[in-house]
Design a protein around this ligand. Sequence first.
Ligand code: ZN
Ligand code: ZN
Length: 262
Amino acid sequence: MIYKTDYHIHSWFSDGKSAPEDYIAPAVAAGIKELGFSEHLTLFKGFLEWSMDSPDVERYIGHIKALKENTRNIIVKTGLEVDFFPGKEKEILGCIRNADLDYVIGSVHYLGESTVDLGPEFYEGKNINDLFEAYFNQVTEAAASGLFDIIAHCDLIRIYGYKPTIDQEPLYRKLAKSFKLHDVAFELNTNGRNRPIGDFYPERQFLKIFREEGVPVCVNSDAHMPSRVGQYFDEAYNLLRKAGFTEMAVFSKRERFMVPFK
Ligand SMILES: [Zn+2]
Ligand SMILES: [Zn+2]
């Protein structure tokens, strides 16, 4: 039996469609043992409708804490999905250092002033090789920052199907080495299947690189609605099995433990 966890869930505290409570029953039905919320926290960009503002964080953490205490049939965990901005490490640390969290997911949605996942226009007229290199460099930097336990959708730059002409293996190799060196897990994010790319992150043919480099893995749905909790997980586990993974990462109070993956 696989010890199923889903640590990447958005409720209406950020851009999810439902209350945290509404995710419990579908998670139990999907056989999830640990359900973790990871609301967006995007600092430095002013008001954004998909993100909490920093004053909301305490209220959110308190809400999930109460949910944890009142839920018996599944373990509830508290996380955040925090945007990484190079040069802002200190400020980000200041926001999360003393928060009562089980894990922090780091994400790169922004390259410079623009998000890479809010429309294909961002890619038009740009050098795709350069964009991939810039994106992977920024994710590598996020891993090296020491701020995060897990890195989300590490090749989100694939979202609209643009493909570089350069060999991508060295990009993934460098990324995986950095994750390992800085003790950061990667996620197999199944929500890519619901997005324009129509497949998981990261690119399945490169999963074996993360295994070869010994990077811990989580399987996450990045669900924004209850019906997507644990979505496509059996397929994800099969992919991991085929790539040779034998254990998965679980988190508690920002500490990582490994559970056997059968
Ligand atoms: Zn994200
Ligand atoms: Zn997310």
